[in-house]
Ligand binder design. Structure first.
Ligand SMILES: [Zn+2]
Length: 91
């Protein structure tokens, strides 16, 4: 579980995600599966918000160690878009 504070937290992971271009599937709002299309490896990423702080967790080895992996960065990018859409529909 890592806390998402600034874009810099995910900078390296975002760069890797741009190279790998993994497939992100929405399980439900806040839960995503991220698949490396080359290896078929799939991990689950959960995004949550508590006390106005944003957290995310990935089930891969790096994620279990609390590192910002590219799965997490990819899922967070999808989550931000979904959250913005939800907010826009709730006016
Ligand atoms: Zn991961």
């Amino acid at each position: 579980m890592i806390q998402l504070t600034s874009a810099a937290t995910l900078e390296k992971a975002i760069t890797k995600a741009r190279t790998v271009k993994p497939l992100v599937r929405v399980v439900k709002f806040g839960a995503y599966t991220v698949t490396n299309k080359a290896t078929g490896a799939t991990y689950t990423v959960e995004c949550s918000k508590r006390d106005n702080k944003r957290f995310a967790h990935c089930t891969c080895k790096a994620g279990e160690r609390g590192q910002a992996c590219y799965h997490l960065a990819s899922a967070v990018a999808a989550h931000i878009v979904l959250a913005a859409e939800r907010a826009a529909l709730n006016f």
